[in-house]
Design a binder for this molecule. Sequence first.
Ligand code: AMP
Ligand code: GLY
Length: 423
Amino acid sequence: MNILILGSGGREHTFTYKIAQSSLCKKLFVAPGNAGTSEMATNVAISVTDFTAIKDFVLKESIDMVVVGPEDPLVQGISDFFAKDADLKNIAVIGPSKEGARLEGSKEYAKEFLFRHRIPTAKYQSFTADNVAEGKQFLETLSAPYVLKADGLAAGKGVLILEDIEEAKRELQNMLTHKKFGTASEKVVIEEFLDGIELSVFVLTDGKNYVTLPTAKDYKRIGEGDTGLNTGGMGAISPVPFADESFMNTIEEQIIKPTVEGLAEEKIDYKGFIFIGLIKVGNEPKVIEYNVRMGDPETEVVLPRVKTDLVSLFTHVSNQTLDKIDVEIDTRSAATVMAVSGGYPEAYKKEKEITGIELVSDSLVFHAGTKLDGENIVTNGGRVIAITSFGNNFKEALEKSYKNIEKLHFDNMYYRKDLGFDL
Ligand code: AMP
Ligand code: GLY
């Protein structure tokens, strides 16, 4: 099978690593890819949202399967684009339809879906510039902290959690009438604050059947002790130690099943990953968000633990036969630590030479933001390289990643040294 992966981060390098190992994969391409993916596949300089260029390439290279990494092409309807095109309709696309992708593309849509299917989540109301005053009144009925979410995609930055009610009212106004997050905040969801510990659950569905992949916990804040600005993710571990069998059963019954059944009931075409962000409140799991793709850096710890051939799994997704395959999971723990450019998630410099990669031993190196500059590998993003390791528990796995990440070097490299501190 000839396969095209869309994306350029650590998630996509991990997909590349897994798919390149499959005997079912003949030729493997990544658009646009990074220096890491170029070592195990062919990079092609096509943007993930340039559907016309993707079509031309897919036809030229006789691609049989497209694996979509990031949310943008999904929210823009790449699956529908393939399904509706006479030349492309028989090509497998791993990623939901545009309607399915709204679970991530609109917070309000996701909340309405959750309530329709009685899936546990925080209570909420949504507001636009036309009813800001009512929004402020709704804030008065809640207690601090106040959670404000831009409805649309805001590159992970659209959620504000504020202690002070006056500030919450001001920010609501900023989001709605001054478009603080552009068009994404033309509508704002105000939510009850959930107090608890977070984890993520990953599901692969064919629209009828599903398999549950390993759990993971990521570390979103730039600073140690979970302080400072939100990032795409500074590291992750899998599995999550507090997600024991009984808690996972509750998640399956109350959240996973009603989600997959709800999609089917509503006739939403969904062949791909569902990434469910949860908070454990007391002993109850509650949904904070859906993403319609894998997480990054969660993929870097989840997929290395999946022993089943990934291409075979994806073929079952495409044929809607996921009930016919068992997923084998590595019982060891995995941890990943992300090396980032100094300054990230604010301004940072690119094109810094990276050295020491070849010194890493007994860990996996996943490139997140790198490119080739002649013979050299240089930085090309805020998040640069993730080092994934296995261990008998997450502490052992983390120790290996820390030992190896010290061997890397680039100007102003930074990483968090306290991952797992909260467990
Ligand atoms: P989201 O983009 O919806 O995942 O929100 C980003 C982050 O904000 C989450 O990972 C949580 O840490 C936090 N968050 C979102 N919603 C809530 C909530 N209702 N209560 C507490 N924290 C929340
Ligand atoms: N690490 C969070 C995300 O991928 O959305």
